[in-house]
Design a protein around this ligand. Structure first.
Ligand SMILES: [Zn+2]
Ligand SMILES: [Zn+2]
Length: 347
């Protein structure tokens, strides 16, 4: 039984953990999404190689990854500069920035979980170069890379891809993490995320996968049932300074987490996956420790975590699952993807 409030040191907020009223731990239910099997190529998919997009541009016959400027950008170098000044206390600024799409693979029917470790490693290098290129622009204060996966988070096209929002402001969560990290470094001389890693390692029950230089854990202060953080063990403000070996290790741990997620209910596991990297606003971000966060919206195969009174109304999360139990469930999942197991039980 866990019934307490836990401090989220990166977001600087309380999470109410009320797992005392929870039903028994999940006991083996799976969802089989037999559906139609997806083909490798779909002629009207705007992300498949060789297809025409709404802008009229034609995708190249790419063979690995493909990056392009979003045809429906929310921020753009073309956003209007001449804005009507609002009344009184209100403020506005031009929606300047760059929005891009990164296709992980030419194959329509793959997911990140099914890419080979070397392909995930290649993707990490693409993210590195995007962060460096966009972050070096003077008007860009932050580069947010994220993947939305699954219909429950509003993604209708399963073609494996993520998005990049390079903006002239720093997204709220990153701003809070950067401020908390800077203050912790100034006050203690230590990196906040390193102290989190130390606490996770001391306890040990929520670590899901690790190798020499990378680690994945379901944090003590998790807001979602299956929230997982994946990070290099050494502090890097962004992906940009990871060594080749660290990038390889990170790809390996990332792959294991993705496979475990899919294996949990034997379905493509939906999530929102942001990369949390230091702002590129010229500030002092030595205490910022790059990490990848997974925010899966499901608590059970067909049960969403609804955001309601506490979350939307008050801004703090109420979690009714025990992080250590959920970590144990994920740890127990095999490292081989269910689609690739030779003797798969079908009934
Ligand atoms: Zn496609
Ligand atoms: Zn974070």
């Amino acid at each position: 039984m866990t019934w307490e409030e836990r401090w989220h040191p990166l977001r600087e907020e309380w999470v109410i953990v009320a797992a005392h009223r929870q039903d028994r731990p999940w006991s083996g239910e799976t969802v089989r999404h037999e559906k139609e099997k997806l083909p490798e190529y779909v002629s009207d998919c705007y992300l498949c190689p060789g297809n025409r997009r709404v802008s009229g541009k034609v995708n190249p016959e790419y063979t690995r990854t493909f990056v392009f400027d979003n045809d429906h950008p929310s921020v753009s170098p073309d956003a209007p500069l001449d804005l009507a000044p609002p009344a009184g206390i209100y403020r506005n600024q031009p929606a300047r920035g760059v929005a891009r799409v990164v296709c992980y693979s030419p194959k329509h029917n793959l997911t990140l979980a099914e890419l080979k470790p070397t392909e995930i490693e290649n993707l990490l290098h693409i993210w590195q170069s995007q962060y460096l290129e966009l972050g070096s622009r003077p008007e860009i204060a932050h580069v947010l890379i994220f993947e939305n996966k699954g219909e429950v988070v509003g993604v209708s096209n399963p073609h494996p891809h993520c998005q990049i929002y390079a903006t002239n402001f720093v997204f709220k969560t990153i701003e809070t993490e950067a401020r908390a990290s800077r203050r912790h470094l100034a006050e203690t001389g230590r990196v906040l995320f390193q102290d989190i890693l130390t606490a996770e390692q001391q306890d040990g029950r929520r670590i899901i996968a690790e190798n020499e230089s990378a680690i994945a854990f379901l944090p003590y202060f998790a807001r979602y049932a299956y929230e997982v953080f994946v990070a290099p063990k050494a502090t890097h403000p962004s992906l940009a300074t990871l060594s080749r070996a660290e990038t390889r290790d990170l790809a390996e741990v990332l792959k294991r987490i993705l496979v475990k997620f899919d294996n949990l209910w034997q379905m493509p596991f939906p999530y929102v996956m942001p990369l949390h990297q230091a702002p590129t606003d010229g500030g002092d971000h030595r205490g910022f420790h790059f990490h990848i966060e997974f925010h899966p919206p499901l608590r059970k195969p067909n049960l969403l975590k609804y955001l309601a009174g506490p979350e939307i109304g008050g801004g703090n999360f109420l979690s009714d699952t025990s992080p250590q139990e959920k970590a144990a469930e994920l740890r127990a999942q095999p490292d081989t993807h269910y689609k690739h197991r030779p003797e798969q039980e079908t009934e």
